[in-house]
Design a binder for this molecule. Structure first.
Ligand code: HEC
Ligand code: HEC
Length: 342
């Protein structure tokens, strides 16, 4: 192409993009910027890191909340007809009390960097939401685009009514940041507004010392270290029990799963990645007497010169369960701002 040819092409392209811009301006009446939202959480939580291109806003959170509770999000795809909330109930800290299915809770995930039991997705909430939207639900955005209200809700939250999977994921990420649980009795104890019973305090000592060692992987204040560990549930690993090994291919990760937060743990039975335990008593019994050895067993599960198990007395097991029950946040499950907007 000659220089003149190139110049003409450039002029034509600039003209076309200017026209396009003008058309869009005509279509989209200007909208007021979304209202900034300040998330409150206790001073003893880590400082929240929010991506600069997805600041929290009242409109963004409201949109994410609506999408979460709307079965329109999955008109086609493998989970057609479901909403996120159909497997994540607020009353159960956003899990389902369904034996044999272990749904991870939606609580304080704003502070999480590893997602899903195997850690298949890592990064920000925006990253996991893109996975949920594009791969898990295979969301058909044309359905939302054709809806009488969604285009305007997106425009109010993000300044544009053209709906993309990326914007759906961003709105959901804002909503997930809003799901903060920090008002359990244990939080009250940390804030000196609640007292714990002697039994609960003894359970706390089991949790926070080498007696139980729970704090290493479920440490304060998030009750998770955000890591992956093999806690000795099995000594041979079926395909479904390979865990983080599926992601890394490293034999040291065989049988290692995401350490879930223990906040609201009394509400999220059944327990473990495969839902094998129905009660907290069974979980504590596993740690006390059931740990199975394997090459990838987490070193924290063994004590030098000792058996792999904690061998807690019946009383201390009961106290530990009593302490775990203090992590229940009734404000969180009763908060109408977290309930369905429909
Ligand atoms: C059919 C039931 C079902 C539906 C519907 C569902 N989920 Fe889940 N969700 C699960 C299960 C089961 C897990 C644990 C799966 C795993 O880790 O492999 C999970 C895990 C998650 C996690 C990971 C949490 C963590 O701690 O790592 C997030 C985030 C999540 N879901 C968000 C969503 C969103 C957003 C939607 C709607 C787009 C949704 N889910 C719809 C069942 C469901
Ligand atoms: C070495 C790290 C580690 C230690 C120590 C540890 N946990 Fe865990 N915990 C995990 C991991 C990882 C899981 C998930 C395992 C799985 O599903 O395969 C888990 C799961 C749980 C669950 C079930 C969570 C759910 O949502 O299903 C409970 C309850 C629990 N642990 C309590 C405790 C208690 C109580 C202690 C102390 C006695 C303890 N943990 C010590 C890492 C640990």
């Amino acid at each position: 192409m000659t220089r003149w040819g190139q110049l003409l092409l450039l002029v034509a392209l600039l003209g076309a993009s200017a026209c396009r811009y003008k058309n869009e301006e005509e279509l989209e009446a200007p909208v007021a910027p979304a209202t900034p939202f300040t998330l409150s959480y206790p001073y003893y939580f880590p400082v929240l890191d929010v991506p600069a291109d997805n600041p929290l806003t009242v409109e963004g959170i409201a949109l994410g909340r609506r999408l979460y509770y709307d079965s329109l999000l999955s008109t086609n795809g493998p989970h057609a007809g479901r909403s996120c909330s159909s497997c994540h109930f607020q009353s159960n800290s956003f899990t389902v009390p369904d034996p044999g299915r272990s749904v991870l809770p939606h609580v304080n995930l704003a502070w999480s960097r590893n997602f899903l039991w195997t850690g298949k997705v890592s990064g920000t909430l925006e990253d996991i939401m893109r996975f949920e939207v594009e791969e898990f639900f295979e969301v058909d955005v044309s359905v939302l685009q054709a809806h009488p209200e969604y285009p305007d809700l997106f425009r109010r939250a993000y300044g544009r009514s053209e709906i993309t999977p990326e914007l759906v994921a961003k709105a959901l990420a804002q909503w997930f940041r809003r799901m903060v649980s920090a008002k359990s009795r244990f939080d009250g104890y940390l804030m000196h507004t609640e007292e714990l019973s002697d039994d609960e305090l003894d359970g706390m000592m089991v949790y926070l010392t080498e007696a139980g060692d729970c704090f290493h992987c479920h440490g304060l204040p998030m009750m998770t270290d955000n890591g992956f560990h093999n806690i000795g549930l099995d000594s041979v690993f079926t395909l479904a029990d390979q865990g983080h090994f599926e992601v890394t291919g490293d034999p040291a990760d065989l049988g290692a799963f995401k350490a879930p937060t223990l906040r609201n743990i009394a509400l999220t039975a059944p327990y473990m990645h495969d839902g094998r335990f129905a009660t907290l008593e069974e979980v504590v019994e596993h740690y006390s007497s059931g740990v199975k050895r394997s090459a990838s067993l987490d070193p924290l599960m063994t004590k030098p010169g000792q058996v792999t198990t904690l061998q807690l007395s019946a009383a201390r097991k009961a106290h530990l369960v009593a302490f775990l029950n203090t992590f229940t946040d009734t404000d969180f499950i009763g908060d109408t701002a977290l309930a369905s907007p429909f």
